[in-house]
Design a protein around this ligand. Structure first.
Ligand code: URA
Length: 281
């Protein structure tokens, strides 16, 4: 597309449409294989090196202008720390009470109710969504609206229901107008989420959606890159918990063509839970 062919208004309208469709990262016109290291200047193949999207670089990757610089892999996610005052909280109900008293968080004051969790706190699988939607804000329970119904269908596709999972959200309060959380709000709430994971102590963690995936996996990659890979993450208690990010059900409802990718991820989850695939007849 040649941007000069369009008016500024048309370009803004096109961008707005892409955001509406769920795009959250600027990418190139042509696909590039980011898994392949960039070609060095003494490459004799003669093919033009594929440009690498700036948005796909990990934030901490050192930059170099040297053409033959060897890419340094992003460091493994560091251990998370949970402030000492949260270590004294040793039950989920006390954690919910402490979170409910977090008056310094602006989100608390604009939301109708806090959404702490739903499902079975002793389940092997903990699912972490983004933030309460309108219905969740009204009812105080995560994933009860349309996205929640779709999540129930996804769970049913691998033989699970809410009694087999423990559900929470990255943000316990719906941000006003569904805006993104600020860095200050995220910093304030993340320790509570990690304490939540420690106390629920699931065997496996699934993160749904780009915002929580990027934050919890400490990556600037978008969800389409992060999804489907299991990583052992220490949520601050020294226990490595296998964690996978996947596509959010609300995104899948807006972009049904991506359900195929989510299905792959959920098949991986099915195997992780120790199930063998049904025999093909
Ligand atoms: N989307 C989420 O991420 N969580 C909910 O609870 C509802 C919608």
């Amino acid at each position: 597309m040649i941007a000069q062919q369009f008016t500024q208004q048309q370009l803004i309208a096109m961008l707005a449409w892409q955001v509406e469709m769920g795009a959250d990262e600027a990418v190139l016109d042509k696909p590039s294989n980011d898994l392949q290291p960039p070609q060095s200047s003494d490459d004799i193949s003669g093919s033009t090196p594929t440009p690498v999207s700036v948005a796909s670089q990990p934030p901490s990757a050192p930059t170099s202008t040297a053409p033959s610089a060897i890419p340094v892999p992003a460091p493994a996610p560091p251990n998370q720390t949970v402030p000492v005052h949260l270590h004294h909280i040793d039950s989920l109900s006390d954690l919910a009470t402490a979170l409910g008293q977090l008056d310094s968080c602006p989100l608390k004051h604009t939301a109708s109710t806090m959404c702490f969790a739903d499902g079975n706190a002793g389940a092997r699988l903990m699912i972490i969504g983004e933030a309460p939607g309108r219905d969740e804000d009204r009812l105080g329970v995560p994933f009860v609206g349309a996205a929640g119904h779709f999540l129930d269908d996804m769970l049913a596709s691998i033989g699970l229901d809410r009694s087999a999972v423990y559900l929470t959200n990255f943000l316990p309060w719906r941000p006003p107008g569904n805006r993104s959380a600020t860095a200050e709000e995220t910093d304030m709430l993340l320790p509570y989420l990690y304490r939540h994971i420690q106390l629920a102590d699931p065997e496996l963690v699934v993160i749904l959606g780009g915002m929580p995936a990027k934050t919890m996996l400490k990556s600037s990659d978008n969800i389409l890159k992060l999804r489907g890979r299991w990583q052992d993450i220490d949520y601050g208690d020294g226990v490595m918990r296998p964690t996978m990010a996947s596509l959010h059900p609300a995104y899948l409802m807006r972009s049904p063509a991506q359900k195929r990718l989510a299905f792959e991820d959920w098949c991986g989850l099915y195997h992780r839970l120790g199930n063998t695939p049904p025999p093909v007849v």
